[in-house]
Design a protein around this ligand. Structure first.
Ligand SMILES: *C/C=C(C)/C=C/C=C(C)/C=C/C1=C(C)CCCC1(C)C
Length: 243
């Protein structure tokens, strides 16, 4: 049976603790982004709503994943990937909304969503159907990485970068650059977690439970950080008009 939020966490259960902190941080960020919609121009409200949805969806999953971890001491792989399959496409929507102001087409959004779905489905097969061998882990990890590289390429050099370059807004240029750094550095923490699983390349010097610690750190950086970048651009642009 799954436990409630009132179940105490043993002080040495640091994995459960990172789930708990993750939950609180996502919840707080969600409330913040939602309320701050009132401080920005209309054309930025949707971006802030999407940021609030990303952290809100994550908060619900973290609440559940913490209980799952406490009850089973095993990785909540299924709920982790349900969370990602909802929130990563929403991060693609953030890129689209930013570059839409510079003329992005819907097809760009679909290409990013398709690539992220590929990346996550391969990662899920790698983890959920692991037979503990390095072969399985590496094969699906490499296939997943193709989707990741496609997204990274698109935001650094491809359509997203080109649209940002063409726009005459410094805020969009700067914002896309920041988000591109998140994809390159922040998102690259996930494969580290993945490689800690049994059979993974890092499994000989990292415990299997570090998978969740890496994922929890990465989620906090990427989901909240991504949202804060969008928020600061929106605030800067909205204030400019008033001044
Ligand atoms: C909010 C959640 C986010 C931003 C999740 C991002 C997840 C990834 C970038 C995962 C990438 C993976 C690889 C590139 C290879 C190994 C398997 C994955 C799925 C961990």
């Amino acid at each position: 049976m799954l436990l409630s939020i009132m179940e105490p966490i043993a002080p040495d259960n640091y994995v459960a603790f990172t789930f708990f902190i993750g939950y609180i941080a996502m919840l707080a960020a969600s409330v913040f982004f939602f309320i701050e919609r009132g401080s920005v121009d209309d054309k930025w409200k949707m971006s802030l709503l999407v940021s609030a949805l990303i952290t809100g969806i994550a908060a619900v999953h973290y609440y559940y994943m913490r209980d799952y971890w406490l009850a089973t001491e095993s990785s909540p792989t299924f709920f982790r990937y349900v969370d990602w399959i909802l929130t990563v496409p929403l991060m693609c929507v953030e890129f689209y909304l930013l570059t839409k102001l510079a003329g992005a087409k819907k097809s760009l959004l679909w290409k990013l969503i398709l690539a992220s779905t590929w990346m996550l489905v391969c990662g899920y097969i790698g983890e959920a159907f692991s037979d503990g061998t390095t072969g399985h882990s590496v094969t699906w990890g490499v296939l997943s990485t193709i989707g990741y590289l496609y997204i990274a390429y698109t935001v650094w050099f491809g359509e997203v970068a080109q649209l940002a370059e063409k726009s005459n807004s410094d805020a969009i240029k700067k914002g896309v650059k920041y988000l591109a750094w998140f994809v390159l550095v922040g998102w690259s923490i996930y494969p580290i977690g993945y490689m800690c699983m049994e059979g993974g390349w890092l499994s000989s010097f990292m415990a299997p439970e570090s998978v969740d610690v890496w994922y929890n750190i990465a989620d906090a950086i990427n989901k909240i950080g991504f949202g804060l970048v969008v928020y600061s651009i929106a605030i800067a642009e909205s204030n400019k008009k008033v001044a």
